[in-house]
Design a protein around this ligand. Structure first.
Ligand code: PLP
Length: 452
């Protein structure tokens, strides 16, 4: 490739996602990623970068899997596309629905396909409201979600999400979504025991239900571990209490497994790690390891029984049940099972990452390290004793340390005053050492800049 020409065309024509387009123009265009293998990506300037983010929280089986390319090519030759609107289905889609149902132990045996996590949450939104209508409780419309939740970039996704920076764009949220505090103990509860903090955060949900009126509340939705919100790992008692509150008021419990699903937290699903049984889950990303766009919503029998009394569910996408995406997802899950990736995260690499991150605890900039499975965060502070942030407010240190990490050959994300990571599930312990080594080196380099 002519990288300089690609950069020029990037500035002239391409609008990258979630970006400051003027900043990218000032930088001379986007970094052009040309190829990747295993846990490494390569850019057009010849840099080899350890991908501590698995792309965008998705390339669980790593890059360069020939068999996923082969299965996609075979399926394209056999049946490259057909829709599921005309009382039609196709073999990979049906088999994938069956496979996903099995992965939920058949507790969520009905599966609706979409292309992205955002679309999956739009499907959740409409399914839930339609369910309550058909059940004869049409007043139940309100969704309760958390601040800093990320549920996607569509109108419903942004509304369900709790990203304050996203809401003004498009004048969101739409009516009927209420947000409560996130279980972010490092920021909001360091003086409390994890149990007391977990209870306080769960009680905030109950207080919101009572404020809105339980008869008006349709569902609570949450990521088992908030990802884009900063890898917020709740205290162990939080989710069971959330579930108990939902059951007490007859409210649906929905888990957004778009990041946490497919082994990320050391179990197939994040809700298993958190010890709860949701009524509906959304999944995407790791479903195909990002090789092709596909997402799904898995739903309980009780909900679908009610839905079947309502005639057409007038909802669906051109690519609902795309045969090529489904074939790739099926093979991706087969790879995960064949290679025992979920067990590897639970028993080997997850605990190893936790220990490796803890080795950073002595660093003068590190307020906390935390992880669950292969999802981790490092909190950056100016003062370890008080937890004070640089500049007095949140938000300056994460992006700075992220940029230094990238320059040092590690892709991580900077979220406010933390950096977060989510490497491919195939990462080795030696590569985890490399990842943590680069973070330490980058923190060392950042310290004088932050203290200047
Ligand atoms: N839900 C969660 C928890 C996510 O992390 C994301 C994306 O990061 C989404 C939904 C949206 O998925 P997509 O970007 O595929 O629309």
């Amino acid at each position: 490739y002519d990288i300089a020409e690609l950069r020029r065309l990037d500035i002239a024509h391409h609008l990258p996602a979630q970006a400051d387009w003027q900043e990218i123009e000032n930088l001379g265009g986007s970094r052009i990623i040309t190829h990747a293998e295993g846990c490494y990506i390569h850019d057009g300037d010849g840099n080899r970068i350890l991908d501590g983010m698995a792309g965008l929280w998705c390339v669980n089986v790593g890059y360069g899997r020939d068999e996923l390319a082969d299965v996609a090519a075979e399926q394209m030759r056999e049946l490259p596309y057909y829709n599921s609107f005309f009382k039609t289905a196709n073999p990979p889609t049906v088999l994938l629905a069956h496979k996903i149902a099995g992965l939920t132990q058949n507790r969520l045996p009905h599966v609706f396909f979409n292309s992205s996590g955002s679309e999956a949450n739009d499907t959740v939104f409409r399914l839930v409201r339609q369910y309550w209508k058909l059940k004869g409780e049409p007043k139940r419309k309100v969704f309760i979600s958390r601040w800093n939740a990320y549920h996607g970039s569509t109108v419903a996704g942004v509304s369900l999400g709790g990203m304050k920076a996203m809401h003004p764009i498009g004048d969101l949220p739409i009516p009927g979504v209420e947000h409560v505090r996130q279980p972010y103990q490092f920021n909001e509860g360091r003086d409390m025991t994890p149990e007391a903090f977990g209870t306080a955060c769960a009680e905030a949900i109950e207080a919101k239900i009572l404020e809105v009126g339980p008869e008006n509340v349709a569902a609570f939705i949450g990521e088992p571990v908030q990802g884009a919100g900063g890898v917020i790992i709740p205290p162990a008692n939080y989710w069971p209490q959330v579930e108990a509150i939902c059951r007490k008021y007859g409210i649906l419990l929905i888990c957004d497994e778009v990041i946490c699903g497919f082994g990320r937290t050391g179990n197939m699903w994040g809700h298993e790690t958190m010890g709860v049984k949701p009524d509906m889950i959304a999944m995407a990303k790791g479903l195909s390891s990002g090789y092709l766009p596909i997402s799904a919503v898995a739903v309980s029998d009780e909900i679908i029984k009610v839905m079947k009394t309502g005639g057409d569910f007038v909802h669906g996408y051109t690519y609902s049940g795309h045969p090529v995406s489904a074939a790739v997802a099926l093979r991706n899950i087969e790879i995960m099972e064949r290679e025992g990736l979920v067990d590897k995260v639970r028993n080997e690499t997850g605990p190893y990452l936790a220990k490796a991150l803890a080795s950073l605890d002595d660093h003068p900039l590190v307020g906390e390290t935390r992880s669950v499975g292969l999802l981790g965060a490092v909190e950056i502070v100016a003062d370890k004793a008080t937890g004070a942030r640089f500049g007095g407010a949140e938000g300056t240190a994460g992006p700075l340390v992220r940029d230094i990490c990238i320059a040092n050959g590690l892709m991580v994300r900077g979220i406010r005053d933390s950096i977060v990571m989510c490497p491919p599930l195939i990462i080795s312990t030696a590569q985890i050492d490399e990842l943590v080594g680069i973070i330490r080196k980058s923190l060392d380099k950042a310290e004088p800049l932050l203290r200047a």
